[in-house]
Write a protein of this length. Structure first.
Length: 205
């Protein structure tokens, strides 16, 4: 049984319009970041693109809901259709749903989700705005796989002062490359709800 909220979210996928980073020209490959220790050992039974709801549980995730979307590009500026995108992040209380981190604190947060890009490389997730945990600025992990190509990286919240001290983010010495992982999480002026939007257009090689 699929609940209304999830059905509404899924129905939005088909009409999605996102910004494109290029018109056939895009050279800058998105920098990679480490996988980290919290990639799931075993994927959750519910691992779809809506991380704010766990199938079979009567509740929704704590945190500020964000609709994360974008398009995956190749180095030559073309779309990458049918790429697998996985994301994972800690819950609103700073805990990963992973045995190494106590299994998580929010039972209504999915912790991990995956999506397949459409014919024009577009994807979309519904999740929460990432929060900090000790030693790290707020971030969302991503793994993008397409045939023999793979990009593992992390995205960060623009304007967050913890970015300045995050060792992993600042291990990218090139300013433009580093900034490409820091994206706005902002309110959608077209949406009366409190939800945020964030757009990330990765380039894989
Ligand atoms: Fe992390």
């Amino acid at each position: 049984m699929i609940n209304f909220r999830k059905r509404h979210f899924l129905s939005q996928l088909t009409g999605l319009a996102v910004c494109s980073v290029a018109n056939g020209v895009q050279a800058r490959v998105t920098p990679s970041q480490s996988l980290g220790p919290f990639y799931p050992i075993k994927l959750p039974l519910d691992s779809n693109a809506d991380l704010t709801f766990v199938e079979g549980k009567k509740g929704t995730a704590s945190g500020h809901i964000v609709n994360l979307s974008g398009q995956v590009f190749s180095e030559n500026g073309g779309f990458v259709p049918r790429a697998l995108i996985e994301i994972w992040q800690c819950d609103a209380f700073g805990a990963y749903h992973h045995p190494r981190d106590g299994g998580g604190l929010d039972p209504f947060f999915q912790g991990y989700g995956k999506a397949i890009t459409d014919d024009e490389g577009r994807y979309r997730f519904r999740t929460i705005k990432p929060v900090a945990y000790p030693g790290r600025a707020p971030h969302i992990h991503l793994r993008i796989s397409s045939n023999s190509k793979e990009l593992i990286t992390q995205i960060y919240v623009r304007g967050n002062r913890e970015n300045q001290n995050d060792f992993l983010l600042n291990s990218i010495s090139d300013e433009t490359a580093r900034q490409s992982l820091i994206i706005p999480f902002e309110k959608d002026s077209m949406d009366a709800s409190d939800e945020l939007i964030a757009i990330f257009n990765p380039v894989i090689t």
